[in-house]
Write a protein that binds this ligand. Sequence first.
Ligand SMILES: [Cu+2]
Length: 168
Amino acid sequence: MKSYFYLFTVFALLFFSSCEEEEGHNHDHETIQGCTDPLACNYNENATVDDNSCTYPEAGSDCDGNVLAVTHTIFAGNFYYDPENITINVGDQVRWINDGGFHDVNGEINSMTNTSFENPESFNSPIVSEVGAVIYTHTFNLPGVYNYDCSVGGHAQSGMVGTIIVED
Ligand SMILES: [Cu+2]
């Protein structure tokens, strides 16, 4: 009796697994129209035939219309930041690269007046002298106008100042 039950179980399992296989087979032959490009905004992972309905984000934006963060580069040398003034979007990153000389990026206390820049957010970097090195990187998450200078002796007075406008 025990062995009959065993056989029955084996047959039952075989029967059910063959059913599943058939179902799976039928599924493969279905055609589902849609966008088959995984890079598109309306990608349909079930689609088997592309129906030219794919839509893509505008350059610099994601599919929800949000502006993507960008890294801006400012070169620092004797005695300049280039570009001196830039306008960026909230969330963008700025990095300063050393063209040569001893420089920093000081957005705390104005080196010429000794008063606060009163930036929406303060930042201050170490002094860097290596040519081609990154002096500083900063992500600007608060909108507003940021002034900064190089606090190394006499550089700000020689014109080493910059402004970053961060737009919401
Ligand atoms: Cu400097």
